[in-house]
Ligand binder design. Structure first.
Ligand SMILES: [Zn+2]
Length: 288
């Protein structure tokens, strides 16, 4: 790839030296970037504020970078990225430099549907404002939910909270009728949406969404269709989770999807993985 093409890319270059989000007097002993940490770093594991008290070992970082786990993004990696985006939202909101419309969205963690299905109390915190960083549903226009049913099958559900219009974002194209994949998310999506609809409507009732939002109660979600991004014909395979993370970032930051300018998707995904890893690693901290 020529340097001209690289410059056109929307993916930032990788960093030599991490700029720590939370400098500590121990920071000088830390591996200077995520790749150094991965290849024989200063300790067996480290912590990122985006994953709280969870120790993140070499294998975890290798999963983001595409070196471990057979190249598939795990739910925990996507969760870290969601946490970063929602933390960025809060930081920008506090600075107060952007218009307030910029912040009327939330991203729920990728296990949210499971929490709903299990009627887990943890689900409520993400919707009522009782968990830090997560705005209540009645203070946002849009809710994004990343969903994975199998490691390759990532989609994003985007819900307009006023109209309950729901849009599905796919990370790959597929002719579901002729799809040879054992697990095809395109073929399953109808069933996923049917299950989600009843759980979500029940949940909105439980959090008194309609009263709190000042809206009259709806008894159905309005399915408006699919978006596929990027629109290239290539199979994304192991990169589905990476593309999902790109998609999430673009949706919440711009609300419009860029034209895919990358000639080589594999190369673009590897560079985006490094960008993600750099961002997550720069939030390294020591839990006290
Ligand atoms: Zn398929």
């Amino acid at each position: 790839m020529s340097s001209k093409e690289r410059r056109q890319s929307s993916i930032p270059d990788s960093v030599e030296n991490a700029v720590w989000l939370n400098p500590d007097d121990q920071s000088v002993y830390w591996s200077q970037n995520v790749l150094d940490f991965y290849y024989g770093g200063d300790s067996q594991f480290c912590y990122s504020t985006y994953m709280g008290q969870t120790p993140l070992d070499r294998e975890w970082w290798g999963g983001v970078l595409g070196y471990c786990g057979d190249g598939y993004m795990q739910e925990t990696h996507v969760r870290a990225w969601c946490n970063k985006l929602i933390q960025d939202r809060e930081t920008k909101y506090r600075r107060g430099t952007s218009s307030s419309n910029t912040f009327r969205w939330t991203i729920l963690p990728p296990n949210f549907i499971d929490l709903l299905a299990e009627q887990d109390n943890d689900a409520y915190g993400y919707a009522t404002g009782s968990v830090e960083l997560y705005p209540p549903f009645w203070d946002v226009d849009t809710v994004y939910i990343p969903v994975s049913k199998e490691k390759e099958g990532w989609v994003i559900l985007k819900i307009d909270m006023h109209s309950l219009k729901i849009t599905v974002y796919f990370t790959n194209k597929c002719d579901a009728l002729n799809c040879g994949e054992r697990f095809c998310i395109h073929r399953r999506i109808h069933q996923i949406l049917v299950e989600f609809e009843s759980l979500f409507l029940w949940f909105l009732g439980r959090i008194q969404y309609w009263e709190n939002a000042g809206l009259s109660e709806a008894d159905a979600l309005d399915y408006t269709g699919d978006v596929v991004w990027p629109t290239s014909e290539h199979r994304v395979g192991r990169n589905s989770g990476v593309i999902l993370c790109m998609l999430l970032q673009n949706l919440v930051q711009n609300s419009v999807l860029p034209n895919w300018q990358e000639r080589n998707m594999q190369d673009a995904c590897m560079r985006y993985r490094r960008f993600m890893a750099d961002q997550l690693y720069s939030a390294r901290f020591i839990p006290h």
